[in-house]
Write a protein that binds this ligand. Sequence first.
Ligand SMILES: Nc1ncnc2c1ncn2[C@@H]1O[C@H](COP(=O)(O)OP(=O)(O)O)[C@@H](O)[C@H]1O
Ligand SMILES: [Mg+2]
Length: 365
Amino acid sequence: MKDHLMRIASQFALEGAIRSIDPLGGGFINDTFIIRTEGEAPDYILQRKNKNIFPDVPAMMENIRKVSEHIARRVAAEGGDPAREAMTVVPTRDGALCHCDEQGEFWAVCVFIADTVAYDKADSEALAEKGGEGIGRFQALLSDFSEPLAETIKGFHNIRHRFEQWDEALKRDAAGRVASLGEEIGWIESRREETMAFWRLVEEGTIPTRVTHNDTKISNILFDRAGRVLCVIDLDTVMNSTSLNDFGDAIRSYCNTGAEDDPELDRVELSLPMFRAYTRGYLSQRARQLVQAEIDHLAFSARYITYEQVLRFLMDYIDGDTYYKTTSPDHNLVRTRAQYKLLQSMERQYDAMCAVVRELAEEYK
Ligand SMILES: Nc1ncnc2c1ncn2[C@@H]1O[C@H](COP(=O)(O)OP(=O)(O)O)[C@@H](O)[C@H]1O
Ligand SMILES: [Mg+2]
């Protein structure tokens, strides 16, 4: 393995001789290693990209390069340090953005950002606010980015696409479960129209398509030792989409008082204080750039994304559990119910959520 990693690493245009290569835990998707070098040269991150999730790694790396270079330019223009506040993709010695090994695995390298603080979980209002600030700053630095990006995961957060899959899943009834799921299917169908109405605003451009990160967990934000937002990492999923998708997905996970698959539905609620904290961080960076239609739908985006997740868990249950890993026969149904409980909690508190958004958008204008 060591030799193999050495051979892979030597394909890349690194500065300085390699001292060591070691696994770096933490991620869920890719296999990550740290390359330590001799002398003044930077250290590097080496990753085997997950080709099951990303069918076109070269296109993905091209997205990452474009976005990172844009952020680096903006940071430099603001007088910041692009080597620490932006990702730097390191090409191979042939100038490619990734290397394909003999087994057909794709590898990529970026500069390691040293002396940072990272968090596993946003379990306080202070961290939620920082998380919102991190993703808000990322989006803000890309607010003038206009190059097209490859759609690395097809139909991601596109509810029209999801409904096509959903209708087929119901027709197929692959696991013979549809007849017993009348109530749960009703949860989806009764909200189909309001959800499509939102998505049509995106399709017709009333809600603009921008650049989204699409994996907004706090572990993907690096902070400096003083706790300031430094750099958003893990750009594998950057794509063109509505900014609201990043916001909504973050709210779905940051603000749930229970677990995504909580069997105890009493534990699952939207925490309004966490919502306020995340929204404050986010709007502190974004209030001046978002158009009114985005502000007006910010709170709804949390419902949109949570609804989509209810649909996806239920659809996988209907399909016979082929997509999500499950640890019990009804795991996808448990997840469906827990996310539905969260959705209901958001619906119940929707007016309050909208009021928070209005207040903070005004404060940061
Ligand atoms: N440029 C970087 N500088 C410092 N640490 C990094 C960098 N890129 C990744 N890491 C570390 O490696 C971990 C996994 O990388 P990440 O790109 O998030 O992979 P995954 O998609 O598997 O989550 C991160 O959580 C972080 O700790
Ligand atoms: Mg990550």
